[in-house]
Design a protein around this ligand. Structure first.
Ligand SMILES: [Ca+2]
Length: 492
């Protein structure tokens, strides 16, 4: 603790800018109309701009749009939102020259529209100044309509106006794989125009930025993505997600709660599809295909994160091969990390993770703490396991169907409201959960087609969950209603 002299204190107060978030331990630490989100340790608005508990788990249009800040990124105040698109293997322009472009007051109008797969994070290259070349690169930060987009410079300022309508423009994905985005490398097609963008990995805290990476379904993403060399905070996060709102893109790039071949998917033959070694990261709405290569195969691996780390994986679908042959076959894990770190898994669907002869848990805690809320796990040797001594797993409102063992190891007290087809759940806690449901038969819409939405007539999971304030939407983005359904799906 550092003490300030009265003069220094006054000086500090005088130059204190509004802060984007107030640290908190309880709601009493927060201003009126705010809640304390213990996961982040920051006050959040009960509704609206900052998301609040209501939409924290599902970044909505209001959150993204209103969070765009035009302040100089190195000034105090709300962080600058940077948006970067990923289009696997897509080096060529998405659209070019086919219509005329005007940019005025930060809005780009293109007639006719450039296409419904263009959206937030894409880069508009155009000629704004005399001389005729491609002199300007601007990021799309909002889709207003099929022909109209809000565009900003990389510093968050309104993109420069065109002096007259021009046909000299091209739109590119910023990156051609998630791995490339996390390395900070640019689409080589964009580079070939002679335009450069500043690398966005690095120190997000020092530069007061949030890095939003939007994943588009141009092709299957076949590189192993690794995020390490970036400094983050609860506010200055890296957010990796699929665009799906009309304010983001003309056609959703996100699954609708069941596996689809037409949405963004990452699939590769490396040990990890996504390796996270940064402390504050959100991954939302991805399809992660966990391929068995006979070795170590993990969907999302969180490794070597620090004491306050808060990683969240929300609304993703993890699909396994059904019968792995290698030593390790895991959907999501945390390992060799500080015991004060937390991995939150909510609204995920995980299935087909059979096999794995050393570690065969769909969700595995080798270190630290996992919060598992409202996940649906089907067909795994062990649904959730505390593998090595560590703070463990807090599991609430999870559905385990056809797992050899739903859970294993010492779980965190408070674990309860889980449901399974098995005769028992299998975890150990100090307290006795009184709301768990064993020996259930679940009503899935079409289990043989891997559609694990609940039917309206389901009696195994419907209306049997705890009202968790941290989770207010489901895997489909639909609101959770009270009483809650157990698992990733809330019946509409
Ligand atoms: Ca639903």
């Amino acid at each position: 603790m550092r003490f300030l002299t009265p003069a220094l204190l006054l000086a500090a107060m005088a130059c204190q800018a509004p802060t984007p978030a107030t640290p908190c331990a309880a709601a009493s630490d927060c201003p009126p109309g705010h809640l304390c989100d213990a996961f982040y340790g920051y006050c959040i608005a009960a509704a609206g701009r900052d998301g609040g508990a209501a939409d924290r788990l599902h970044l909505d249009a209001a959150l993204r749009d209103s969070a765009i800040d035009t302040a100089s990124p190195d000034a105090a105040g709300p962080p600058l939102q940077i948006f970067r698109s990923v289009g696997p293997n897509n080096r060529a322009p998405l659209a070019s020259h086919s219509g005329s472009l005007s940019v005025y007051s930060g809005v780009a109008n293109i007639a006719p529209g450039p296409g419904d797969r263009i959206g937030v994070g894409d880069i508009l290259a155009y000629s704004a100044y005399s001389g005729g070349g491609y002199d300007t690169a601007a990021m799309i930060v909002r889709r207003i309509s099929a022909t109209s987009y809000e565009v900003r410079t990389m510093d968050g300022d309104s993109a420069p106006d065109t002096s007259s309508d021009t046909t000299m423009w091209k739109i590119f994905r910023a990156h051609t794989s998630l791995a490339e985005a996390l390395r900070g490398d640019l689409n080589s097609g964009l580079q070939s125009l002679g335009l450069t963008l500043p690398p966005e990995t690095g120190d997000l805290v020092g530069s007061n930025r949030v890095l939003n990476i939007l994943c588009y379904a141009d092709a299957v993403d076949t590189e192993s993505a690794s995020l390490g060399e970036v400094t983050t905070s609860p506010v200055h996060r890296v957010r990796i997600y699929t665009p799906h709102l009309a304010s983001e893109v003309g056609v959703s790039q996100r699954h609708a709660g069941t596996w689809s071949e037409s949405v963004y998917t990452i699939r590769n033959n490396f040990s990890e599809d996504i390796l996270v070694s940064a402390d504050h990261v959100t991954i939302e709405g991805l399809q992660i295909d966990v391929v068995d290569t006979g070795g170590y195969n993990v969907g999302v691996s969180v490794y070597a994160v620090g004491a306050g780390a808060r990683i969240e994986v929300l609304g993703c679908i993890f699909r396994g091969d059904g019968a792995a042959s290698g030593p390790e076959y895991i959907a999501a894990e945390i390992w060799e990390s500080n015991e004060g770190a937390t991995l939150r898994l909510a609204n995920n669907l995980i299935y087909g993770m059979g096999g794995g002869f050393e570690s065969a848990c769909a969700i595995c805690a080798f270190s630290s703490r996992i919060e598992a809320y409202h996940n649906t796990i089907v067909d795994a040797p062990i649904g959730a396991q505390v593998v090595l001594p560590c703070p463990g797993i807090l599991a609430i409102n999870n559905l385990f169907a056809d797992c050899d063992r739903p859970a294993d190891g010492r779980f965190i007290d408070g674990t309860d409201y889980n449901a399974t087809t098995s005769a028992n759940l299998g975890y150990v806690t100090t307290t006795s959960p009184s709301h768990d449901r064993v020996g259930q038969v679940f009503g899935f819409v079409a289990a043989t087609a891997c559609n694990f939405h609940l039917t309206a007539g389901d009696s195994g999971a419907r209306n049997a969950g705890s009202t968790l304030p941290q989770v207010t939407t489901d895997i489909d983005g639909q609101p959770r209603t009270v009483p809650r359904d157990i698992g990733a799906d809330e019946v509409e």
